[in-house]
Design a protein around this ligand. Sequence first.
Ligand code: GLC
Length: 719
Amino acid sequence: MCQRANGRLDFLPLRRLPTVRQEPVSAMPASHASPSRERAAIRSVSLLLFVGLPLMTASSGAGQTPPQLGGASLDEVIGAMTVEEKVSLLVGMGMNLPFDIPGLPRPSPEDRAVPEKVPGAAGRTHAIERLGIPSITLADGPAGIRIDPTREGDARTYHATAFPVATLLSSSWDPALAETVGAAIGRQVREYGADVLLAPGMNLHRNPLGGRNFEYYSEDPLLNGRMAAGFVNGVESEGVGTSLKHFAVNSQEFNRLKSNSIVGQRALRELYLRGFEIAVKEAQPWTVMSAYNLVNGTYAPQDRDLLTTILRDEWGFEGFVMTDWFAGDDPVAMMRAGNDVIMPGGVQQSAAIVAAVGSDELSEAQLEAEEAHRPPGNILMPAPPIPEMETEAALIRGAAARADVGLYSLGRNSGEGGDRGVEGDFDLTVAEVALIRDLSQGFRAEGKPFVVVLNVAGVTEVAGWRDAADAILLAWQPGQEAGNAIADVLSGAVNPSGKLPMSFPAQYTDVPSSRTFPGQVLPEYADQEQPAGFMAMLNPLPSQAVYEEGIFVGYRYYDTFDVEPAYPFGYGLSYTTFEYGDLELSEARFGGEITARVMVTNTGDVPGREVVQLYVSAPRGSLVKPEAELRAFAKTRLLQPGESQTLAFTLDGRSLASFDPDRSAWIAEAGEYEVRAAASSRDTRVRARFAVPETLVVEEAHDVMGPEVEIDLLRPTYD
Ligand code: GLC
């Protein structure tokens, strides 16, 4: 570990470490706020996994003061650990539920007696006091730290700020903004005494009904990865950690603890892993959280191809992997897969690992963890929506006479453990549409505008009623500054510059995965009653979701199969207008890298920012391709009326490549490519073309994580 000039601490690469660099870990203050202490502890967790549990035994002689983290080298500290101490770093201290539940991994009485450093945090690791290794506190979540606001015996309060949800953040298409928000959250995480923020959530929006889409960024992997990287860099600039989650293909909440995501290697690589790959390579997060679900038949926390071959060997991830809470069913398999820490952890899992080490069974992942029951009650599932109220015509007339503008806010929520529905959720209720139309009529009768504010957790149907609205403001879930932010936009104090990070389909059945989402209970369990509500999450029936649409998710589908969305990916309005100059390419023949430049001018009469999206349309070749794919994007600074800015984009081999499962490689096929500078996936402003003279093998990968079954993949039929 070494301290860099920029104040960031480095991890040594883990698991591939032939030797451990001997820099002494710099002396660290005792307080919990000293991130380097936590980072050292985090690294020691991972290092010990590299050096192998059984290989080293406590080496500090009797009577000697054992080496201390922060004073001695990490190797000396790890060398002084007993096997039990090593295992204690790999299994969390458990959740202090008010009661034990048979079969659920639970804390030992000793662990339960250790007061929580940060009450309300999601989990923590064991300290090893004699070696100066502190406990690491892990706290949710993507929209701000989630902890108890008060602590016993402490007069201070610990109220957290409710920040905008991830989908709103990604609507800015501004990774720098994500970094700013991340830093603000990181400061609270550090000041409130936690060490790792369990965020960002960054699973792909495969389907608009995904229960946790609000916590995730986009249907497009590039936007997803860039926003996540910005967020991670922001949080970690404050000396605390993050956790990319949920790795991987956790695209539905339906039976998530036992749902098998069956996905082809191409869609896996190009869509579901690609965002994580970008975030790991651009931000090197301290940790990654493996997902609950299985991917092509293997639990994510137990999949060595996912957590070691791809995450570490191919992408160079240097931190540690933790499970999602109570995920998986085999703690020893997790260790072997490269899942370093089991959360929240329990005595049974520690015992299982120690036993496996003692009887040298660790290499045979035979141990079965107690398929665990789940704690009753799930605070994470949203309350059902409140039915729309009846509104008399007189009330509407009165409001329309008094107010300048009619405002209707449509609310939708969603959460963990369950996906959204179509009726009354994605689709508006009859009462909601009727009220929108009545209000519209009332205000328009007075010659006044009527605005609908979407205060929603995810995509909703808009095509059937938007003619009644003079404007629709998509506010998503902005957190505690919602009112001020909405008022600033509606009053014109702020000129909005957001763009959709996912498509708004005209109707749910247009969604390519609507046929298979959220998955089905496995046939052999089909005769069993599907538990409802909490039990559906806590103790689900084994299920599967077949990703038949393959790479054709979101705009990749709508634009290739010519299905008109209500609002396309990348769409967003401004109070001003922008003009694009010519799109200039640095060369007409691809030689490894091409720079594209375009000048953007504010042609309106108020200041504004524009998000320029660069889509590339590839020639037809051996691999079917979407009509076009987002390959770069950039946001202008605030341009005054008449002001221009030239944006430059770099396209490299990976910007053109598709993953070819037959060759286990990223391939850019020969032919004519078209580059489009656009204001949305369906609003190309300027184009340019270049040639790739010969097919390029851009990058090779391991042939891993292929589906166990043949998937009848969706394919476009070219005329
Ligand atoms: C949950 C979530 C995960 C969260 C963790 C700790 O079940 O899936 O996002 O970080 O448990 O609360």
